[in-house]
Design a protein around this ligand. Structure first.
Ligand code: ATP
Length: 260
């Protein structure tokens, strides 16, 4: 048991959830490594949702509510960290849920679908024979998607996705929304909307914003979306990290001067 008073309580709890997800067959070892990369960027960002992430969340909500065939894609880390929130998101926007894995196995697909059903999901696509369609230009198991889900979707929410598949989805003409703590990843730079934040903070916020946005007109949603620029978001995230590191460095230098 991690005491809630521990200064790194949230971060340690996330690790526990991933280890538990690994033991339940949801998460693969590579997923643990990917989480470590995310943690490093979270440290640099300051482990709080920043304004550039809030603006991306607003744009993501508008895009999802305007979509005709939205799909929420779920991989092992997402299922381990935020299963309740992806189910709530899909319900709020009327989106299909699809298991979408880089390292596919029938057992993993089933385990992830079961984790989502435990939170009330009715239908989960991308399991077994359902993942029978192919993303063009990708090799092997990584290209399998559901012909009723991602293949048909106009807007796909693919948090913690890899760069190759994000690029392939864009080439298929889809609007791609992702969550990625690394503003420099290919996924972050290729997606239409990148929420640069920890998925454990971003997802509950996205669900709240969607609930609030549901009362807006389609024109208002369109203007939120049109006012958004992903290049600007990534630039702001990098500026934020640089400024934060410079501020920390100067406060350390000031301390050093005072101490003689
Ligand atoms: P790319 O292929 O897009 O250049 P990558 O090789 O880092 O990037 P993956 O190994 O698939 O891609 O990693 C997925 C991404 O998810 C990483 O960039 C990591 O920063 C990010 N990530 C991991 N955990 C979290 C989390 N909890 N919240 C948000 N992002 C995360």
């Amino acid at each position: 048991m991690i005491p809630p008073t521990h200064p790194r309580y949230r971060s340690l709890l996330e690790r526990e959830k991933l280890v538990e997800g690994f033991e339940r067959g949801l998460v693969v070892p590579q997923g643990l490594i990917a989480h470590g990369r995310g943690e490093a960027f979270d440290y640099l960002i300051g482990e709080e949702t920043q304004d550039f992430a809030v603006r991306a969340i607003e744009a993501a909500s508008a895009a999802l509510l305007l979509a005709e065939r939205p799909v929420v894609s779920v991989n092992g880390n997402v299922a381990a960290l935020v299963p309740e929130h992806v189910v709530a998101l899909s319900r709020e926007i009327g989106a299909k849920l699809e298991v979408n894995l880089f390292y596919r196995s029938r057992e993993r697909e089933e385990a992830i679908a079961a984790a989502l059903r435990a939170w009330g999901a009715d239908e989960v696509l991308g399991v077994g024979e359902d993942a029978s369609a192919r993303i063009p230009e990708l090799q092997s198991e990584r290209r399998r998607v559901s012909p009723r889900g991602i293949l048909l979707a106009d807007v796909v929410f693919v948090p913690l996705e890899d760069g190759d598949r994000t690029e392939a989805l864009r080439r298929m003409g889809k609007t791609v929304i992702t969550v990625d703590l690394n503003p420099l990843s290919r996924t972050a730079r290729t997606a239409n909307i990148t929420i640069i934040d920890n998925i454990t903070r971003a997802l509950p916020l996205l669900v709240d914003v969607v609930k609030r946005h549901k009362s807006l007109s389609r024109d208002s949603l369109r203007s939120i979306l049109e006012g958004y620029s992903n290049e600007r978001t990534i630039g702001e995230a990098l500026d934020h990290i640089c400024k934060r590191l410079r501020d920390i460095a100067s406060s350390l230098r000031a301390l050093n001067t005072c101490g003689g």
